[in-house]
Ligand binder design. Structure first.
Ligand code: BES
Ligand code: MN
Ligand code: MN
Length: 459
């Protein structure tokens, strides 16, 4: 394959189009943005057609539409399925953004905006790489795009969509860019993702709020009780205390741990990049292991009682928390949900009532490294970065990825070009211009090597 002057020549437009997409606030968790979500889907459908798709449509799911597009160059050739999401997290707290969240701004070589990386920037690289291949006559296989609009709120409609559209989605491999790489000099392929089990708990101690002077000292305070219960969920070694929690966890071999530890890690830089003051991980595991190959339990939010201005002396009737557990192979959200619920009930003193309500969940996944597609991805990175990518396990979750395996038999190639320090889901989310354009250059090589390797095999 030749160098790609086309990408340089169209650099400004590739950026302008991404900016236009980012300006559409497609926040999926909030119904108030429903019209914007649809506008983003429509925008993408048009861009896919312009880029060279033979066909592109919005598929209705009952939730936010899925953008599907394809170009079939030759039914005898292999088909690559591209997954991504056009929905984004809410921007709040908006006051902490240095520039408005939906007005992309370039500073220090990075695009700052909600969705700049997750996943508009990363997903749109695939659309532009596709355009490049079509225009330069180098598209070596068939392509299908499936870009969804509910990833950030749990992909509720997707399992049914995959099951109902197996023929339409039929492909030979699945690629996506919605994870991170180690750093700009250290390309990496994500070979696994954690699962998730997310739930809300409610602790009730009385039928109504009480005066904290009249009753304080005689009754349970549900906030105090909830805090004690939460504190009991982890021990001094940072291990989760729920009985059975680790039973199904697959321990990595020393060899696998050594391979993952190849990734350069500088604790000071790690802390400085994302602005935290210290590291805390499970005893016996490094911080990177803690954030990738080990399961966790974290409180995401906790509330109750009076939090307004000034003070109010009150013992509230109820206290609440949202709790997530990140899961690793072979834990399942169903079992962990049950173990959590049983133990949390057990932790409650007889004087309070506990309700546990599950939110969304997702299975953990590991992907094989022996496949032709993985090899092709390695060769692609080798070409554009001049070095082989390091396999890395991702700590986040993309619940739909295990379903692609289960329903369509597809293993994912997770070519993330973002960085962990890109502030995903946080104020001032950003994505490097380097990362955007390096992704657009690397993806066509993946197609090139993939088609070549498949052709060689079938000879
Ligand atoms: N792209 C992320 C997941 C991710 C980020 C994986 C970085 C690996 C590295 C995705 O958009 C995300 O935020 N997923 C949610 C899933 C949840 C809403 C079910 C997550 O991980 O919290
Ligand atoms: Mn994402
Ligand atoms: Mn996300």
């Amino acid at each position: 394959m030749q160098p790609m002057p086309y990408i340089d020549q169209h650099r400004e437009r590739f950026l302008a189009e991404l900016f236009e997409l980012i300006r559409i606030p497609s926040v999926s968790t909030d119904k108030a943005y429903q019209a914007e979500v649809r506008r983003a889907a429509e925008f993408l459908r048009e861009r896919l057609l312009e880029a060279g798709a033979d066909h592109a449509e919005l598929c209705e799911t009952g939730g936010n539409p899925i953008v599907f597009g394809q170009k079939i160059v030759d039914p005898a050739k292999p088909t690559v399925l591209v997954y991504g999401h056009y929905d984004v997290q809410p921007a709040d707290p908006v006051e902490l953004w240095e520039t408005p969240p939906f007005e992309p701004t370039v500073r220090n070589g990075k695009i700052f905006a909600r969705g700049a990386c997750d996943d508009k920037g990363q997903m749109y690289m695939h659309v532009k790489a596709f355009e490049y291949m079509v225009r330069s006559g180098t598209l070596p296989c068939n392509v299908k795009f499936m870009i969804e609009g509910e990833e950030e709120s749990g992909s509720a409609a997707l399992p049914a969509f995959l099951r109902a559209n197996q023929a339409k989605l039929r492909a030979d491999t699945l690629i996506l860019s919605d994870t991170s790489m180690i750093d700009n000099d250290t390309p990496s392929i994500s070979t696994g993702l954690r699962g998730i089990c997310y739930l809300q708990v409610e602790v009730t101690a009385a039928a109504r709020d009480l005066h904290s002077g009249i009753y304080g000292g005689a009754v349970y305070n549900p906030i105090n009780t909830l805090c004690q219960m939460i504190a009991a969920l982890k021990n001094h070694a940072n291990r989760v205390t729920i009985p059975g929690f680790y039973d199904d966890v697959v321990e990595l071999s020393t060899q696998e741990r050594t391979q993952l530890a190849q990734a350069p890690f500088d604790a000071q830089a790690y802390m400085a990049e994302s602005g935290f003051y210290a590291l805390q991980s499970e005893e016996g595991y490094s911080p990177i292991e803690g954030a990738t190959i080990r399961p966790t339990l974290d409180v995401n939010g906790i509330w109750g009682g009076y939090t307004g201005e000034g003070s109010k002396t009150v013992i509230p009737a109820k206290a609440y928390a949202k709790i997530s557990m990140r899961l690793v192979p072979n834990q399942t959200p169903e079992k962990i949900n049950q173990l959590f619920t049983d133990y949390f009930q057990h932790l409650a003193p007889p004087g309070v009532r506990v309700k546990v309500t599950p939110h969304h969940s997702g299975q953990p996944i590991v992907t094989p490294m022996e496949s032709v597609a993985y090899k092709a991805a390695e060769m692609a990175y080798q070409t554009t970065f001049g070095k082989a990518p390091i396999p890395q396990r991702g700590g986040g979750s993309i619940p739909i990825i295990p379903l692609f395996k289960e329903v369509l038999g597809l293993d994912a190639i997770m070519m993330g070009f973002g960085l962990d320090s890109d502030a995903l889901h946080s104020p001032n989310e950003n994505y490097g211009l380097f990362n955007y354009f390096r992704g657009i250059e690397t993806i066509p090589y993946f197609y090139h090597y993939y088609a070549q390797l498949v052709a060689k095999l079938s000879k």
